[in-house]
Design a protein around this ligand. Structure first.
Ligand code: ARG
Length: 457
């Protein structure tokens, strides 16, 4: 009981199962680094406010550095009664520096302390996610650069729609991930705000310079309401949402890769390093990396929903319910960290099979181009679309490919068709013609790659 932070008014032991139920040290121990950083800055701020002496502050900081070193060296020993990381660090600090250790918590509560730790932890995690997302973007851009002229079908409803290129497909995901990085930046403006000095809920009474303390910890600002500061976890929820969003983007990339690597499609071949075999069927090479990427997104969504649900309907201010924020947060971050590494590796090492992509193109995919041909001859688009549809129907009736219709066939559909209709049946021409900004033309995609490179670095 000696190291209980709150033992004063209690008599008797807490029930063993209850202790197990409420202790969070098994998972919040990983906050040790941010917890100690927060405490060091706090010890300094206490001296500035005059409530402890410079000497006491220096003793506390020295002691905290020793605790830090023990953690860093993997030598920190947990003791019975270390219910959470805050308790554990303070207990050890007191062992090292003696009674003065009891001054560290002056005016502070675990409520503003854990909120500070959470925010510092989220800030560091979001920087790591940023870098990993950029690595995946870089892998996609490298594939794109090699394949601006590699023709492949693009799909809607998973039905062949129009010719496009592999580069354009790669870049589509680059932009989705770019928005995820922008979301991280935006969320950081709310994550990186210091709640320290909010105390348990009512604020610090010792003339603490909260702004200086926040600057010391690298925060961009301070919370403006102490009740709010200790009661919300919206910044965790935002980060969990971004993790879930990234997961959903990755799951779609993964599903494309699963489909494209089937024998039926054969557009790409996944490296052996990112595939596994079957214990029964010797010929199998399974895209497990991509299947798991899809599966993991379920966890990411689940963790978001879990914390939203924990927070729903909580009365002001702090409630122990909120301790449930951490496992969800850690799980999403750990899951995504591994998933992003695997996704980047799988993309960087995949082999493209251009001939398979090309042979999946079908002249009927140029029906839109046929309509555009008529538009260039002055036919209103609605009519042109209709007439091109007639031509497709005619080719189906005759059991022949659209590009093999005779000039007579074409003219039976519309007198606007001439011999130059043959020129329409060229996939590369079709792709090159879509040269607006954001279009599938190699020229446009090269510009896209250049713009993305600037953003990704
Ligand atoms: N382990 C707790 C949490 O994560 C720390 C805050 C405890 N505060 C309290 N008033 N019991 O929420």
């Amino acid at each position: 009981m000696a190291n209980k932070l709150w033992g004063g008014r209690f008599s008797g032991e807490v029930d063993a199962r209850m202790r197990q139920f409420q202790d969070s040290i098994s998972f919040d121990v990983r906050l040790w680094e941010v917890d100690i950083a927060g405490s060091k800055a706090y010890a300094q701020a206490l001296a500035h406010s005059g409530i402890i002496t410079q000497k006491e502050s220096a003793q506390l900081i020295d002691g905290l550095e020793q605790v830090f070193d023990e953690f860093a060296a993997g030598k920190f020993e947990l003791r019975e009664g270390d219910e959470d990381i805050h308790t554990a660090v303070e207990r050890r600090l007191k062992e090292i520096v003696g009674d003065v250790g009891g001054k560290l918590h002056t005016g502070r509560s675990r409520n503003d302390q854990v909120a500070t730790d959470n925010r510092l932890f989220c800030r560091a995690a979001s920087a790591r996610l940023h870098a990993q997302l950029a690595a995946l973007q870089t892998a996609l851009i490298a594939q794109a650069e090699a394949h601006t002229e590699t023709l492949m079908p693009a799909y809607t409803h998973l039905q062949r729609a129009q010719p496009s290129t592999f580069a354009h497909w790669c870049m589509a995901y680059v932009w989705q991930l770019q928005r995820d990085r922008e979301r991280l930046d935006d969320a950081l403006s709310r994550i990186n705000i210091s709640p320290l000095g909010a105390g348990a809920l009512a604020g610090n009474p010792f003339k603490l310079d909260r702004a200086a303390l926040a600057r010391e910890l690298g925060f961009d600002g301070i919370t403006q309401n102490s009740l709010d500061a200790v009661s919300d976890r919206d910044y965790i929820i935002e980060l969990l949402f971004i993790c879930a969003m990234i997961g959903v983007h990755l799951s779609r990339l993964a599903e494309d890769m699963v489909i494209y690597s089937t024998t039926e499609f054969g557009f790409i071949t996944l490296a052996d390093a990112y595939s596994t075999g079957s214990s029964l069927m010797p010929q199998k090479k399974n895209p497990d990396s991509m299947e798991l990427t899809k599966g993991k997104s379920g966890r990411l969504i689940g963790n978001l929903v879990a914390v939203l649900t924990v927070m729903k309907g909580l009365p002001m201010t702090y409630n122990k319910d909120m301790q449930e924020d951490k496992q969800a947060l850690f799980d999403s971050l750990d899951t995504l960290e591994l998933t992003l590494d695997v996704a980047a590796g799988a993309v960087a090492t995949l082999k493209v099979n251009p001939h398979r992509m090309l042979s999946a193109l079908d002249p009927a995919m140029l029906a839109t181009d046929v309509a555009e041909y008529l538009v260039r001859k002055g036919v209103p688009f609605r009519d042109a679309h209709h007439l091109a549809g007639h031509a497709v129907a005619l080719s189906e009736r005759k059991g022949t490919r659209l590009d093999l219709l005779t000039l007579e066939d074409w003219r039976s559909v519309s007198e606007h068709f001439g011999a130059d209709i043959a020129k329409v049946f060229d996939y590369a021409r079709s792709v090159a013609s879509r040269d607006v900004v954001g279009g599938t033309a190699p020229k446009s995609v090269r510009a896209q790659i250049k713009a993305a490179r600037k953003l990704v670095g």
